[in-house]
Design a protein around this ligand. Structure first.
Ligand code: HEC
Length: 71
């Protein structure tokens, strides 16, 4: 996985739980891409992998929020 588009220092500033969820979500997308290439069973991908993936979206949004802090 490459993060060459992230601003310098951003990754280090993020909470570890946030990063874990974020990386896991990236990995899910990679797995979905790989399995589509392998078996092309779109129904299984939609019903199982996608709903699994969406749990990560919901979990993260429930816990984390980006706030603007002015100095
Ligand atoms: C690691 C944490 C994390 C994961 C995983 C995550 N998000 Fe987010 N997402 C955020 C944060 C933080 C914001 C900014 C929301 C805020 O602070 O108001 C955001 C914002 C968004 C927004 C914009 C919402 C708005 O009000 O403009 C969308 C759309 C979105 N996410 C979709 C997704 C989808 C779809 C997934 C799963 C594939 C996902 N996100 C997974 C953290 C995450």
């Amino acid at each position: 996985m490459v993060f060459d588009h992230a601003p310098k220092g951003m990754l280090a500033s993020l909470p570890i739980g946030f990063k874990k969820l974020g990386f896991a979500t990236h990995d899910f997308f990679d797995q979905i891409a790989d399995s589509i290439k392998g078996h092309q069973d779109y129904k299984q991908t939609q019903q199982q992998q996608l709903s699994h993936l969406l749990n990560n979206c919901v979990a993260c949004h429930k816990v984390y929020k980006i706030d603007f802090v002015s100095n």
